[in-house]
Design a protein around this ligand. Structure first.
Ligand SMILES: [Zn+2]
Length: 581
């Protein structure tokens, strides 16, 4: 689905919206000049670095570099799609939504490709060709209704299937390559990347499909790779921010006020099939704080279910820290060794698991008992090992009152005065976590490449200058932004279309910083730097090629390259003379 609002429409909504009070629902804002500032709602901080430009409808955080339009803000904080966020603000300000016109855009095309792929696999699972896969699902006790809810599919063994279907439908293959459904052989021939496998579409919390996991259903003694293979991160899919099954589980999570966190795709599906429909899983990676914050938006409590082995225990302790840090209440269920939720439900029935979930102990009680159990020493050694076990998760809790209540409880149980317990907790925490003092709450973002910064600065400058710059498009990383920037689109409209968070944050900050005094000169300067970079890159690649072919072998190519090199160097010199007056 490509959704595009007419130019100016988003601006009308922003003009009619009290942007400060919408964002103010998430963090308290104070006026400073024509901006509003407050504590960042995207990362933990003690001094405000979060800025809102209410007139333009933009926000930016100097700490974690989150940024974008008010629509991006609602997408991030409320888990809405772009369309839903526009719809929400339009409704609040009494503006009627126009009929949408379609337009081509690469990100939308990627969504469309993901949708198309999912439907293709779903059809195959229902067709004759999917018989074996349906039998397999049945053998694992999954009903047809459930696999439809999760949109499971079957990728046929023939590598041409999807290719033929895509070509027949006259779809652009580029986005299928981006999302990892198609690939190209060395000879340039397209083939389907997923084949002979059960497919699990992965979607955002609002239900938009953005990636795929797949697994074989037959035992292959020669195969040694991972059981589940997951799409690589791309334009629209960022593993670290997505929880498998959240779209299907979100209503149940809100209703139950708790989320069940499991390890595998199949666990989520098996539990849902047996009526435990508030379960989610990470997508084959360790839990991230982004995912924990996402969970915190839906319900205050998380029940972690994990396999009884050593690896499961370590993963749980790590997840526990992250969940507590996000302010969640955490309860823990440890299954007997060798069991996962899927096998447990099959063996013991769903009510057995429901009962266990119902009485799952708070992490503190669980870890307290666990600490006693694992220590073989005397009472004193055991007590110390209990405190050591609890120190790290306790230190992860940001709410000081909550933390203090746990300390008091611990001191009561061990019959040791609070101060001694606290001292030991602190020392133990620091010993186990010397890295703590160095690390800050700010998530680390990779720096944007120099070219990206230049291009985005130029876009911001063109927006500030309001002059329909009619020179040729100098952008190579964000070519689509040029036409919009010179075509009079507003910052919010442009920002709403940038998928990459870093780029969006950077552009939003640059726009918020305000207009340079001599904006015309500033634009020219940036254009000059970009052109220079373009030429320098070409020169570099020619020099590399010259080094590659070495001396003497290929006289003809060498001569051509030297000729090109000369003219590029001349161009570089001329550029300085003509552009900057
Ligand atoms: Zn921030």
């Amino acid at each position: 689905m490509t959704e595009r609002f007419s130019q100016g429409f988003l601006d009308r909504i922003i003009a009619a919206t009290d942007v400060g009070s919408v964002i103010g629902r998430f963090t308290a804002l104070k006026r400073r000049g024509n901006k509003l500032v407050g504590l960042c709602p995207f990362h933990k901080e003690k001094t405000p670095s979060f800025t809102v430009d209410p007139d333009r409808g933009l926000y930016y955080c100097f700490g974690c570099h989150a940024g974008g339009s008010i629509f991006n803000f609602l997408m991030e904080k409320e888990g809405l799609t772009f369309y839903q966020s526009v719809e929400l603000l339009a409704r609040e300000s009494g503006i009627e939504l126009p009929k949408l016109k379609s337009g081509g855009k690469s990100k939308d095309d990627t969504y469309e490709a993901a949708d198309y792929g999912a439907r293709f696999f779903q059809k195959a699972l229902k067709a004759d060709i999917g018989g074996e896969a349906r039998d397999y699902l049945k053998s694992r006790g999954i009903s047809g209704k459930t696999w439809e809810v999760f949109g499971l599919g079957w990728a046929p063994a023939d590598r041409n299937h999807l290719v033929t279907s895509v070509e027949k439908a006259r779809k652009e293959t580029e986005s299928f390559l981006e999302i990892g459904l198609l690939a190209k052989s060395d000879r340039g021939k397209l083939y389907a990347k997923i084949n002979d496998a059960l497919v699990f579409p992965i979607s955002t919390s609002s239900g938009r499909i953005v990636g795929f996991a797949h697994r074989r259903i037959r035992e292959d003694p020669n195969y040694t790779g991972p059981k589940y293979i997951n799409s690589a991160d791309n334009d629209i899919y960022h593993k670290s921010s997505i929880l498998y099954g959240l779209a299907q589980a979100r209503a149940a999570i809100r209703r139950e006020k708790k989320t069940v966190l499991v390890e595998g795709y199949f666990d989520v599906i098996a539990l849902a099939d047996k009526g435990i429909d508030n379960a989610v899983a990470t997508c084959g990676t360790a839990l991230t704080s982004e995912q924990a914050n996402l969970l915190a938006r839906f319900a205050p409590t998380v029940i972690v279910i994990f396999d009884g082995d050593e690896a499961g225990l370590r993963a749980t302790l790590r997840s526990l820290e992250i969940l507590l840090e996000a302010g969640l209440n955490v309860s823990i269920v440890r299954l007997p060794e060798g069991e996962d939720p899927d096998s447990f439900v099959l063996a013991e029935g769903s009510s057995a698991l429901t009962d266990i979930i119902e009485i799952a102990p708070d992490w503190f009680d669980w870890l307290y008992d666990f600490g006693w159990g694992e220590s073989e020493g005397s009472g004193v050694t055991a007590a110390v090992s209990v405190v050591d076990r609890i120190a790290i998760p306790l230190g992860s809790i940001s709410d000081s009152m909550k933390r203090n209540l746990y300390v008091r409880e611990l001191s009561k149980r061990l019959s040791i005065d609070e101060k001694s317990v606290l001292d030991h907790l602190r020392r133990s925490y620091q010993k186990q976590r010397s890295r703590f003092s160095e690390s800050s709450d700010i998530p680390t973002h990779e720096e944007l490449p120099a070219r990206a910064k230049l291009e985005l600065s130029l876009v911001a400058a063109v927006l500030h200058s309001n002059s329909g710059d009619n020179g040729e498009n100098p952008l190579t990383l964000y070519p689509g932004l040029w036409e919009k920037a010179v075509g009079g689109y507003t910052p919010a409209e442009i920002l709403s279309e940038i998928a990459d968070e870093r780029a969006r944050g950077y552009l939003s900050a640059t726009i918020c910083e305000g207009k340079s005094e001599n904006i015309k000169f500033h634009c020219e300067m940036l254009r000059y730097k970009l052109s220079r970079m373009n030429i320098q890159e070409k020169i570099e690649s020619i020099q590399n090629r010259l080094r590659e072919i070495g001396n003497g072998e290929n006289k003809e190519e060498e001569a051509t390259l030297l000729g090109e090199l000369n003219s590029l160097v001349r161009k570089l010199n001329d550029l300085g003379k003509t552009t900057i007056k």
